[in-house]
Design a protein around this ligand. Structure first.
Ligand code: SDX
Length: 393
């Protein structure tokens, strides 16, 4: 038996979560947000529009998206006292540890978000603040990794451009953000925006089901995402590709290591709990990889190694029998690197993309007044036994 076994023994049936947000067919490799195919959204939409779609359930009109953007731009500044928390982090501390602490600390500045009987408008205010401040905090974390001063947000930019401006901007000169990078970032964030009941989203829902506030629930999701088997895989993929490159690019050797039961090495970026076919996001990212590296005139040897690994693994019976295909993390790190991000930032960028999905799922769970999450278990421990005094043990 794997995963939860629901024991309907007089408790409310704690069966599968019911959600209207994302549809995923792992056998067919299909992913849809609120009924819209991921391929169409990646090609035609923007990340902010997809965030609106996930959270409110419909594609926004022009007025709605302009108002959404305006509301967000009114909240991108972060309380100066929070910056004192931020300044205390060592510059080489992992960005995910900083993100966990800073997002959790937002609740200290917005006590109105703590009470569990928030009105829909109050909940929406909290959602807007979190979406807005996430971009500023993520860009701060990047600047700290470089030892550079932080850049403050500008109201004249859209959501993704503002993030890139705060991330790559300089205080000493006006920096123009390359539209190629803006487009690439929108696609990457759209592809990461939601993915039904993955590890981190399930964590957000179960924490939120106790009526914990949104900041705390999302902080729990960030912690779950950090693991290398989940969001941390995008960093692990690049580290793996770099190791193979340093080892002379011997892809056959490393594929054999991944197949060796006595070797703990796994092919990072391959396999999925649900997809037993190609992850549709991986297909889109692989094409985006080629386009962006060509447009930016970058020739990245690890991309060649990644393609070689994919080509060999997809023909190898070990991977075919286990239905192991490249997942969203296999190529995303190569693009992030091409855009200038260090590997330690990759999972933070995954969290930036996943934030609207976490928010939408938390909001749905609260609106549906779902009972507190309480998975059951199969007890496999000791049978009855009596206490033994320490002298007789
Ligand atoms: C994400 O859930 C989501 O939606 C997640 C996500 C999202 O958007 O939120 O899609 C994001 O987390 C993608 C996954 C990123 N993680 C990785 O790329 C890490 C590497 N992948 C594996 O660790 C693994 O594939 C998992 C964790 C992703 C899935 O694990 P499963 O489904 O529990 O598979 P398993 O551990 O039961 O393995 C089944 C078999 C085993 O071999 P046998 O015991 O049957 O002989 O497949 C083998 C495993 O050893 N296997 C691998 C492998 N993944 C599974 N062998 C080599 N390399 C791998 N990557």
């Amino acid at each position: 038996l794997t995963g939860y076994v629901t024991l309907d023994v007089g408790y409310k049936n704690t069966g599968a979560t019911k959600s209207a947000i994302t549809f995923l067919d792992g056998e067919a490799g299909i992913l849809k947000y609120r009924g819209y195919p991921i391929e169409q959204l990646a090609q035609k939409s923007t990340f902010l529009e997809v965030a609106y779609l996930l959270i409110y359930g419909a594609l926004p009109t022009k007025d709605q998206i302009q108002n959404f953007q305006k509301q967000i731009n009114n909240h991108t500044l972060v309380h100066e006292d929070l910056k004192k928390f931020f300044d205390g982090y060592p510059s080489n501390s992992h960005p995910m540890g900083q993100l966990t602490g800073l997002i959790s600390s937002l609740s200290a500045f917005y006590p109105e978000s703590l009470h569990s009987n928030q009105t829909p408008d109050e909940i929406n205010e909290t959602i807007i603040k979190l979406l807005a401040k996430m971009t500023t905090i993520v860009s701060w974390i990047y600047k700290k990794s470089l030892g550079h001063p932080v850049i403050y947000p500008q109201k004249r930019f859209d959501y993704v451009t503002n993030f890139l401006y705060m991330t790559f901007g300089q205080r000493t000169e006006e920096v123009t953000i390359d539209p190629v990078i803006v487009e690439a970032m929108n696609v990457l964030l759209i592809l990461h925006a939601d993915h039904e009941q993955n590890c981190s989203t399930s964590t957000v829902r179960i924490v939120g089901s106790s009526e914990a506030n949104l900041y705390s629930s999302v902080t729990a999701g960030i912690s779950a995402l950090w693991g290398p088997l989940h969001g941390g895989a995008n960093q692990a993929v690049i580290e793996m590709l770099e190791t193979i490159k340093a080892d002379g690019g011997d892809t056959d050797k490393w594929i054999n290591k991944a197949k060796d039961k006595n070797d703990p090495f796994r092919l990072m970026g391959f396999g999925h709990r649900v997809y037993k076919n190609f992850d549709p996001r991986a297909k889109i990212i692989k094409k985006a990889c080629d386009d962006i590296l060509e447009k930016l005139g970058i020739d990245d040897e690890v991309l060649d190694i990644a393609k070689k690994i994919e080509e060999i693994a997809l023909k190898d019976p070990y991977f075919i029998e286990r239905k192991l295909y490249p997942n969203v993390d296999f190529y995303s790190g190569i693009i992030y690197r091409a855009l200038g991000f260090p590997t330690e930032m990759f999972t933070v960028l995954f969290a930036l993309g996943r934030l609207p999905g976490w928010i939408a799922q938390w909001k749905e769970m609260r609106e549906n007044k779902e009972p507190i999450g309480r998975p059951r278990q199969i007890y496999i421990g000791e049978t009855d036994r009596d206490y033994v005094d320490i002298e007789n043990r």
